[in-house]
Design a protein around this ligand. Structure first.
Ligand code: WTA
Length: 632
């Protein structure tokens, strides 16, 4: 790597960084020395865990019964106590926790005290409805303050939340509610998106009508004023329910391994996986990573512009910033509504100091052009972040120059729903290379291996794996420990398979290339090709479907589908449109295929597996590779 591609951190940043103080306190002289010291990862994570409030300290740091981990055994903790209670009773009581901006332009400022009291009222309401520790609660809410409040209320009483991205369809919602066997569903009348109100309660009603036997109650937040039908006895308004509740509700001391949430994510089969995270280790992982990577200080105004419906929002809009007592921006709507400078207006008005977003968003802003950011004062920004996909060096440089004013380091954070927290990322002391997430964080052992599981030589591509457990790792897949073992731990012994392709360069920097499996990354959102295919074969005209990802200049990948039709059905542009809409209805708008191509037959292996690789090579004009296993 030539020196002109290296962006070293400024002396000022390094001098004042949280991580520098941490190292100084322990007599650790350099970044390399830090990584070496943290090779004793049980020691490192125990040090980090001490920064949280525990009701009872742990007696054993780790029990690793491959591939099942338990961290901080014997410890009693509650993540909601760490996120709210301790601040509401201390000097941060009147500090703003969330600056919420609705898409129509309404602004609400929630202090820690406000957030704590509303969470307590809602937690009391949950208890009144009979929700107990371990019960599952499904949340289908837009980006409004009631979403973190409902999550924290569940955490307070030990209930397990399962947030479903509000862009998902009623079918996707129904499947996830049923998998979780949720007793309670929380939604809103609607959500604002590009000036329109999306009817969330109506989608919820459709899911309920399709059959969700476990659901006893539905709580509805009034957000848009859309007219909704309320089924008496089952459906309750949030504001009615909480009106008479007490402002006080203690967070229950929980076992550090108590389940905090499940979050569904796409895998290589049609059935989404319920990723399970727990209170203790997850709290330690997200707290540590935000504090030291984004270097959060008391005076920062931090903005993670993700959606809480995905893991980035769970970890870095809800839990980590609140545990750190930060002031965060939370924005409800589209980034380009009503004009492409909506974000830059918010940054200038609030004096945002840290912005964390995705390469897709950056490429979208690049397309609009730099005149939109140039028109606003973004000089308060000091750090930027990126997540969700590999960031191409061109987008990196644009972000650095036109958002960061050439001054702000970019923290390219590689991680997954499964990892809970950042795994590979710079710290403020790390020299940056545009397009690389740099090195594994202290206490984290991400590496690159070849087909046989041997460490790949520097400069050669391979599969990204993780060699040792970490506190915020998924504990299992909900109700399916066999699939957990099979999916992540069966390829090679003792290596966690990330599903990503990557390369380690001569400096030990990692370059993630994208997924190495049948999972697409559409605008930073994971989508299994088989989810799209199963949706399509459920259509009466479709016999077979094969989905591939094709490159898109803003969204990274977009789905393209090849279909064969059943007898009696003819290809037509109308049918193609109908099928695209069908997929959007079955899964959600993010899954809408960019193109549908009708074929008489699909290429298959002798064992009958559709060869997506071949379709992809053909579509992208690449060499088709080894076709010896092809049927014809
Ligand atoms: C991809 C999102 C390159 C990767 C937090 C991973 C990235 C998947 C990066 C997880 C990054 C995430 N550079 N690729 N900085 N961050 N990815 O579960 O393919 O929605 O496996 O979690 O996103 O997506 P998920």
């Amino acid at each position: 790597m030539s020196a002109d591609q290296l962006y070293p951190p400024s002396t000022e940043l390094v001098e004042n960084a949280n991580i520098t103080r941490w190292m100084r306190d322990r007599g650790i002289a350099s970044y390399d020395a830090l990584l070496a010291r943290a090779a004793d990862y049980e020691w490192y994570w125990a040090e980090m865990a001490k920064e949280l409030d525990w009701f009872q300290p742990w007696t054993r740091t780790l029990r690793w019964n491959t591939p099942f981990a338990e961290w901080f055994l014997g410890g009693k903790i509650n993540i909601a106590y760490n996120a709210l209670d301790r601040h509401a009773r201390g000097p941060r009581k009147n500090k703003v926790a969330y600056i919420f901006e609705g898409e129509p332009g309404d602004v609400q400022r929630w202090t820690y005290y406000d957030l704590w009291r509303e969470t307590n009222r809602f937690a009391n309401a949950l208890k009144r409805l009979g929700i107990q520790a371990g019960d599952r609660v499904t949340l289908y809410l837009p980006m409004i303050p009631q979403l973190p409040i409902a999550m924290l209320a569940c955490a307070k009483i030990g209930a397990v939340h399962s947030v479903i991205f509000s862009g998902f369809s009623s079918t996707a919602l129904k499947d996830r509610v049923n998998d979780a066997e949720a007793k309670l569903l929380i939604t809103a009348d609607g959500s604002f998106r590009r000036g329109k109100a999306v009817p969330l309660k109506a989608n919820t009603d459709a899911a309920l009508a399709a059959g969700t036997p476990s659901v006893r109650h539905v709580i509805v937040v009034r957000r848009t004023g859309l007219e909704v039908s309320m089924q008496s006895g089952r459906d309750l308004w949030w504001h009615d329910l909480t009106a008479a509740e007490s402002d006080h509700c203690e967070s229950v001391p929980l076992d550090s391994e108590a389940v905090l949430f499940t979050l569904y994510t796409s895998g290589t089969t049609g059935k989404p996986k319920g990723i399970v995270h727990v209170h203790g280790g997850y709290a330690v992982g997200v707290h540590t990573s935000l504090k030291y990577v984004f270097d959060l200080k008391e005076t920062d105004i931090y903005w993670c512009a993700a959606d809480i419906g995905w893991v980035t929002g769970h970890s870095y809009i809800v839990y980590a910033p609140l545990m750190l007592g930060a002031t965060s921006v939370m924005y409800e709507g589209a980034p380009d509504w009503p004009e492409p400078d909506r974000w830059w207006r918010i940054i200038a008005r609030e004096g945002v100091t840290i912005l964390y977003t995705s390469p897709t968003a950056i490429r979208m802003h690049m397309k609009f052009g730099e005149s939109w950011s140039r028109a606003h004062d973004l000089s308060t920004l000091r750090l930027l972040g990126s997540v969700g996909e590999p960031i191409n060096p061109e987008a990196w440089r644009w972000y650095h120059a036109h958002v960061g004013g050439g001054r702000c380091p970019i923290m390219d954070t590689w991680w997954q729903t499964e990892t809970g927290a950042f795994m590979v990322s710079p710290l403020p002391v790390t020299p940056l290379k545009p397009g690389s997430a740099t090195r594994p964080l202290p206490g984290i052992a991400v590496d690159v291996v070849d087909q046989s599981g041997q460490r790949s030589p520097d400069g050669e591509g391979g599969f990204a794996v993780i060699r040792q457990p970490w506190p915020s790792m998924l504990r299992t897949l909900y109700k399916d420990p066999d699939r957990y073992r099979q999916t992540y731990w069966s390829r090679w012994p003792n290596l966690y398979l990330t599903g990503d392709a990557a390369m380690r360069d001569a400096d030990g920097y990692l370059w993630f290339r994208g997924r190495a499996d049948e999972v697409l990354n559409v605008a930073g959102h994971r989508l299994g090709t088989s989810e799209v295919e199963s949706a399509l074969v459920a259509h009466p005209a479709v016999a077979e479907a094969a989905c591939i990802g094709v490159p898109h200049d803003v969204k990274g990948d977009v789905p393209k589908v090849y279909v064969t039709l059943k007898a009696g059905h003819q290809p037509s542009p109308q049918l193609a449109d109908e099928l695209k809409q069908w997929v959007a209805n079955e899964i959600g708008p993010i899954a809408r295929p960019e193109a549908i191509e009708f074929r008489d037959r699909l290429p298959k292996t002798r064992s009958g597996k559709i060869m997506r690789r071949l379709l992809k090579a053909e579509t992208l004009g690449k060499d088709v590779g080894d076709v010896s296993t092809l049927e014809d």
